[in-house]
Design a binder for this molecule. Structure first.
Ligand code: RIB
Ligand code: CA
Length: 334
């Protein structure tokens, strides 16, 4: 097994709700990642709430040096954004956030930040997007040479064989902005799709929460924000208090700390029509009965299997992170 010694330079784009918070913490804390910047985007919550949560999270991790840039407030087409407060709480932190504003956003947009950081390290930066792909599509529009300058792009989004989680076939990050996602899938960069096929199968339960709570105050905070999230998934997906982990899997696959056990590279595109399949990721998996032989025009590595025990590693990392650098008592507002 190859042990990667140089940390992967990463820019992480998030619609910071509960699972995005775990993804930022993992990226900020794990020695295999050199987190250069975080971008925020609308999605789970409005972009200002996402930006505030991202700032809070990098400070929570003791990494106020990581810049957070505010991104798009809605989809590329100008259609009104639809948020998921019912999943992530009104504050995007399971209604258990501190309510504190910590730090200030960078003086550039999230798309501009992606371009600047990629240009500063040509061929080295992995762009990881775990919200709607609006910022990434905007970056492509601003810098058409971007695909030739990145190490790769990894997204949490889509569903190859699994059902959707917004419609029968569409996953939330793709469904929110299918036009942006289609542009990202069409661009000539190495794309890895970490979708519901694996993110629904790596889950956290109250046992994990107890281990987090037994760590320092960072673990305690994460345990608190997961409470509402577990309740949501109990009612809509699992029938018991358990939540999927989603976004942190994309960070770990990009960092090489989670190695997929099945991830063919195939043709893939996003459906942008107005019918019932809008937002579907269509992946050509017809080679599956032959061990996925090489395919002409294949451009997307689709992650189909990972080890569900990865959840324990995430919990151990965060529980072992010690105490927060920011106060975690709830700010009282008049
Ligand atoms: O479908 C799950 C994805 O949608 C996750 O990234 C979650 O945070 C939301 O953005
Ligand atoms: Ca997300």
């Amino acid at each position: 097994m190859t042990v990667q010694t140089t940390p992967v330079r990463m820019v992480l784009d998030c619609d910071t709700g509960v699972d995005d918070t775990l993804a930022i913490l993992y990226a900020a804390l794990h020695p295999a990642v050199d987190l250069l910047g975080v971008g925020s985007v609308w999605g789970n919550v409005d972009v200002d709430t996402a930006t505030g949560n991202s700032l809070h999270t990098v400070h929570l991790a003791g990494r106020p040096d990581i810049p957070v840039a505010r991104g798009a407030a809605g989809p590329l087409t100008g259609a009104p954004p639809v948020f998921a407060y019912h999943v992530h709480g009104r504050d995007g932190q399971g209604n258990a956030g501190t309510g504190r504003a910590v730090g200030r956003p960078a003086g550039e947009t999230a798309a501009e930040q992606i371009i600047r950081l990629v240009r500063a390290h040509p061929g080295e930066v992995e762009v990881v997007a775990v919200g709607p792909l609006t910022n990434l599509a905007l970056a492509l529009g601003l810098c058409p040479q971007l695909p030739g300058m990145v190490r790769g792009v990894t997204i949490m989004g889509g569903a190859a064989l699994a059902p959707g989680n917004v419609t029968e076939v569409a996953e939330a990050n793709i469904w929110c902005d299918p036009e942006a996602a289609a542009a990202v899938f069409r661009a000539p960069w190495p794309l890895t799709m970490v979708g519901l096929d694996v993110t629904m199968r790596t889950t956290l339960d109250d046992g994990h929460r107890a281990r987090l709570a037994a760590g320092g105050s960072i673990g305690g905070y994460v345990s608190d924000i997961l409470d509402h999230y577990l309740g949501y998934f109990a009612s809509v997906a699992f029938g018991e208090r358990r939540s999927c982990m989603h976004d942190v899997l994309a960070v770990a696959v990009a960092a090489g700390t989670l190695v997929p056990t099945l991830a063919p590279t195939v043709r893939a595109f996003v459906e942008t029509g107005d019918g019932p399949t809008r937002g579907q990721t269509v992946c050509d998996l017809r080679g599956m009965y032959m061990g996925f032989p090489p395919q002409d025009g294949a451009s997307c590595r689709v992650v189909l299997q990972t080890d569900p025990a990865f959840a324990d590693e995430v919990v151990a990392l965060i529980a072992g992170a010690g105490d927060s650098a920011v106060p975690l008592d709830r700010e009282e507002h008049a």
